[in-house]
Design a protein around this ligand. Structure first.
Ligand SMILES: [Zn+2]
Length: 261
């Protein structure tokens, strides 16, 4: 069975204990045929670009997370991202980028986050790349920008989707894909399952968001791309479909969105 992890963070990001090479080998042994390694800052993007050069079936998403590189001017970030995109043919998306309203101290204010997000949306459109959207407590801001740019051809995915089916439908109307993570396996998050059940099969992706969000059965562990099958299993169960079909459809969807051949 072939699984595609549409969103993972690889070492040295976060609290991984293995090397990227070990993690990717274990993933391949578990049927993961490819993944998108996610950048969150100029420095992390460089790491991602290094990894994708060394590993054939790993693709790069480069972007600036809402609270990263806070002291760098927007124009400079734009220039860095442009150079990084131009430096590697395996950049398949811009992200993760978006809105993150949390208790975080020293983070960007909301208007600065919107400006940073919009800059990356415009870059994505310029380079004909999809965006990978991070959204924590930013439903209105994200939707407003998606409505503004959807008609201009913006493509993208709502990563780690955890909102209501009503909200999902509005994003789907903008042409976005919806990506499900280990969150759909958590008992406390039952509300997400309506979207798992109802979203069009040709618009869903699966992801681990490794090293975070280990799926049920792996809680307390460092999450890795090899665990992505658990998310596919949950979708198959909720929709009454075969695991094989979910694996295949989400792989095809990833290839379509990221234009991987
Ligand atoms: Zn992420």
């Amino acid at each position: 069975m072939d699984f595609f992890d549409s969103h993972c963070h690889l070492p040295p990001h976060g609290r991984h204990e293995k090397t990227a090479g070990q993690i990717l080998k274990d993933a391949a042994d578990a049927g993961v045929v490819g993944c998108v390694a996610i950048g969150t800052s100029i420095c992390e993007n460089e790491n991602v670009l290094r990894i994708v050069k060394e590993h054939q079936n790993v693709y790069a998403a480069i972007g600036i997370y809402p609270h990263e590189d806070k002291d760098v001017a927007l124009a400079d970030l734009r220039q860095c991202l442009s150079a990084q995109i131009a430096s590697c043919s395996k950049v398949v998306a811009i992200g993760e980028c978006g809105i993150d309203v949390s208790e975080k101290e020293n983070g960007r204010q909301i208007q600065d986050q919107i400006n940073l997000f919009e800059m990356q949306i415009e870059l994505a459109m310029k380079y004909h790349l999809p965006i990978i959207i991070h959204n924590r407590n930013g439903d209105n801001e994200v939707l407003a920008l998606m409505k503004k740019y959807a008609s201009q051809g913006l493509r993208g995915v709502a990563h780690c989707f955890s909102q209501s089916w009503e909200y999902a439908q509005q994003l789907l109307q903008c042409g976005l894909y919806i990506s499900f993570s280990g969150m759909i396996t958590y008992k406390a998050r039952k509300g997400i399952l309506e979207t798992v059940r109802n979203a069009p099969i040709d618009r869903i992706l699966i992801e681990t968001d490794s090293p975070d969000l280990p799926p049920e059965g792996f809680r307390g562990q460092v999450n890795e791309p090899k665990n992505v099958f658990v998310i596919a299993q949950k979708i198959a169960y909720v929709r009454g479909m075969l695991l094989d079909d979910i694996a295949q459809k989400t792989y095809e969807n990833a290839k379509t969105l990221f234009r991987i051949h």
